[in-house]
Design a binder for this molecule. Sequence first.
Ligand SMILES: Cc1cc2nc3c(=O)[nH]c(=O)nc-3n(C[C@H](O)[C@H](O)[C@H](O)COP(=O)(O)OP(=O)(O)OC[C@H]3O[C@@H](n4cnc5c(N)ncnc54)[C@H](O)[C@@H]3O)c2cc1C
Length: 296
Amino acid sequence: MTEAWIVVHDLDGGNALARSARALAERVVAVSVGAGGLADADLTLTVDAAPGALVEAYAQPVAALLAARGATVVAFAGDVRSRLLAGQVAAHLGVGPTNVAGVVSTAPLVVTRLAYGGLAVATDEITAPVAVLVLEPGAVTPSDVAGQGAVEPVDATPTAGLTLVETRPKGGEQVDLTAAKRVVGVGRGFAAEADLDLARAVANRLGAELACSRPISEGVGWMPAERYLGVSGATIKPDVYLAIGISGQIQHLVGVNHAKVIVAINKDKNAPIFQQADFGVVGDLYQVLPALVDAL
Ligand SMILES: Cc1cc2nc3c(=O)[nH]c(=O)nc-3n(C[C@H](O)[C@H](O)[C@H](O)COP(=O)(O)OP(=O)(O)OC[C@H]3O[C@@H](n4cnc5c(N)ncnc54)[C@H](O)[C@@H]3O)c2cc1C
């Protein structure tokens, strides 16, 4: 029976990763650092995280555990902490991590990854003795096969180094765009920050989350970084994505092209977004949006 390993540090993210990892093998074994047993894995090796120890302090003992148990495929989620752990675990195992955008086959293990800032998709066969994979959102279809949920506690001593002295809630708003069913994205077609109210009105009518292109967040600072979509932002998989005043550059599209339906509003009929859109309105957003709000 083929086996995929996952390394996790939180329960919800861990169970989601366990379901995704079933695309890699028939059996899923987890190493859980401080998050307890996973119902969706077949077996979880649980490590009790010491108070004050950071997850990455377990990279070395987790790598040793994986090596001792003969793991050959090890997957991590795409959140910041998991990526940090993936890099360190891979280094301890003497291999490099791969950011996985898709899985082509499991035997041999062939994956796709974004290259050149999302301008290209590379296809790689992983021949390293241990494949350390970071699964990007949407890289694989999660399985609904139930895990066996067995648990085996293991000892692991964190390495000395950084110590957690305090935790504080992150400032600003928290949003999980990846879970949204409807998303309205705004781009540089909006001339002023106050005009985003037009898009908010549409989003409210649709029950949608508001998101944006990178320049709206990192350029003019009208929206927080959590809300921009694309290769360096969030990747979404909603039922509907409505792109307003967004040109549709590849770096943006790679974050949204898993949407079931893409609708675009742009005054330039040659805007690249129309090549990806299922429905499009060629028009000035300042005329289209009020009419759309009325219609909704
Ligand atoms: C390494 C790298 C990483 C990047 N990562 C990302 C990323 O993760 N996410 C991301 O979004 N971008 C990213 N970018 C930037 C990306 O290349 C584009 O520059 C950006 O997506 C463009 O944003 P935009 O569509 O809002 O603006 P623009 O490209 O300026 O497009 C604005 C659009 O609005 C339309 N418009 C203007 N006025 C109106 C109006 N009144 N009514 C209707 N339409 C109107 C225009 O026709 C135009 O198509 C990255 C770039 C690089 C180099």
